[in-house]
Design a protein. Sequence first.
Lengths: 508, 355
Amino acid sequence: MTAPTFDLGTLHGGLRLPILKDESTAQVIQHVPIPSQLILPLAQHAGEPAHPIVSIGERVLKGQLIADADGIISAPVHASSSGKVIAIEQWPVSRRLGENAPCIVIECDGADQAVRLSEPIVPFEKLGPDTLFQKVLYGGIVGLGGAVFPTAHKLMEATTEDLEHLVLNGVECESYISCDDMLMRERAMAVVVGAQILLHALRLDHCFIAVESDKPEAIHALADALTEVQDERIAVKQIPTIYPSGAEDQVVQLVTRKEVPTGGLPTDVGCLVQNVGTAAAVYDWICSGEPLISRVTTVTGDGVVAPMNVVSRIGTTVADVVNFIGGYSERAKQLIIGGPMTGKSVTTDRVPLVKATNCILVLSDTPPIGAERPCIRCGDCAQVCPVLLLPQQLFWYACADNEAKLRSYGLTDCIECGCCDLVCPSHIPLTADFRSAKLRMRELADEKARAERAKHRFETRTVRLEREQLQRAQELMKQKEQIKKAGPRAIEEILERSGKPSGPDKDE
Amino acid sequence: MEFERHDAPFLTPKVDVASLMRQVLYALIPALAAHVWFFGPGILFNLIIACVFCLGSEAAMMKARRRPVQAALSDYSAVVTAAIIAFALPSLTPWWVTATASMFGIVVAKHLYGGLGFNIFNPAMAGYVVVLVAFPMHLNLWTAPRMGDIDYQYPTIIETLRYTLTAVLPADLGFDAVSRATPLDQMKTGLSNMQTFDEIHNNPMMGSFGGRGWEWVSNFVALGGIWLMFKKIIRWQIPLGVLAGLMIPSAFTYWANPGVHASPGFYLFSGATMLCAFFVATDPVSAATSPRGRLIYGAGIGFMIYAVRHWGSYADGVAFSVLLMNMAVPAIDYLTIPRIVGHEKFETWHHKSRT
């Protein structure tokens, strides 16, 4: 049995958040029945949206490819159940920017008839890395930790670096969320075999599964699975329960004691990080031929009657999921997709559950917080910042819109974990301010780039015009000289010719 | 179903400025009680007057600046300023002295610099320095601490109140009868008169460390301060910096020549050292902001207190030290920016690379 290890790096600051997971972990994962309608957004991943390859009215089967990856970084979308495509239209979704996005709407027939696999399932050991990468790409698998970066691309990019460890992230540090915990408890073997597949594909022989110390059951289940498979390459690491230890760079820092360089990726320090859910999804696809068409989601908060973890088909609407678990409580006021620290609030429960949806959090009224007051520079924000920023100074420069200072004080290093907001006695929405400052900075950079391009165009044009003018002048000079050389007789000839209707050009 | 829209994070902060300030005030209650016990009820009158003028000035300035008056009054920051002014002034202080300190602190040092969060100087100390310069005779009159074994005359509550309102003592109680030089004054005068430290310190007035009564007020101030540290309302860097900055040089000179220098214990427990370390220097607005910066800031104040007491002409130097280090804060902050995770070091050249 692989014992949890305590050989860890340290994280600056962080917060001990209220855990609030007991309610949702009280029972096993429940399966949400197939809804009458599935809403499948074309962009459920980072990168270019997929492009639909089905037409309205077409019958599709469970697991059938309905939208193909498009562009350099993209991921395909599969039908989560069988039925008829009834629309490809704009639908409300939950994402950082914008309200609506193009979605394929499927009316389910309830038969849940699966598509026949194009290739037979072979043991993964027999597949080469490239075949595995291709397969992972076709399976529509994306990072299930929240960033939804297409897994195949992440794996392929990582092979260009000097890798040492695969890190499976089972550090679910936000309050309320427990889907990875429940997945590890109930499907530890899927996670472990998923890790083996990834190790095989990456030709690595070292993997850490990082799990927070508040999940003893998950650690135990993983340890049991590891004993069963007798794989020395995989070890479980127990991470202290401090938010945000589960953020990608932070988990690397804890597990390997190495800091991910600014603007870099964990692969720069030899680590590839994947969510435990992603590993299980890889297992499901490679070993049972089921593409990413369902996921575990925590449905919780004081706004639902019975918090629990559910497996639901991708594309099931939040309304259907909440309905299945017993509906909203009377106090439901806010609907948040994601956790309470980094999630996003949406105004309608018509939004579908997508590959990224790890949590549906329904909360009652936020307890009234006092109005925003001036910053008193108490520095508590700097005490909790996991990347050692000085949020109080950043706030100052964000107010002043001082881009240079914002850069040098590391605005771009801010991971938007929200710790500073939670300790601010003046109740300044620091994270929201930093987010908009970043946006402004990007816009400014874009504007600068545009201006630069315009300037370049203008300059090239000026140069061209000057050159043309010069050429014309030279041409004229030449002609004049030729005429002079040719003497008065020639001039007469020219004049004579110019009188003709054909014009002077004809001779040339 | 439709829902409200908010920004992440959705967990709500448990702290707020008003509760921080209130706890600072609670932490001063034991010291206030000790002060009343040893020096009479004068501080209570001073506190009331300081509160009235601080809150009044705060309200007037907010109104003049067209800002919400209620929000500023309810954050208790003006009350904290008032409390520190009350602690800094002698228990027998005419009301106009307290009022001047309060008004200058709030109007000039706080609001003319932009109000809470923008003031460079600690308002209470700025106000105190103004009255120290403007009314020197009133600030040197401390009543003798009430000790069972010292036969001395004390003004009654009524007499104290009357003095506070009119600066007149009853005919049978002259200033000489009620007031005493502070231990720091005595030490300064004594040492300059070629008395040794031990000779001066043997006076029963001197107590065991920093003067009878005085040291007990200091103890209770420190107790309140430690409670604030325990509650994480103040951090350890500034208090430790102040105490170490004062103690290390004084220990050095005392051990080098114990006869002619005051002991570190005396310095720590006399005057306003403890008040400064836990309640004045820790004012976050006018202090340095990074942990390392705060240690330096505190040490700077501690050393300046030592310098003023040791070489200066004032008996205590807390207010000057705090104001001087307030001025140094932008530089300290700039030089102590922590290294951001993932960076080699803090890159100050970023903003110079503009072409």
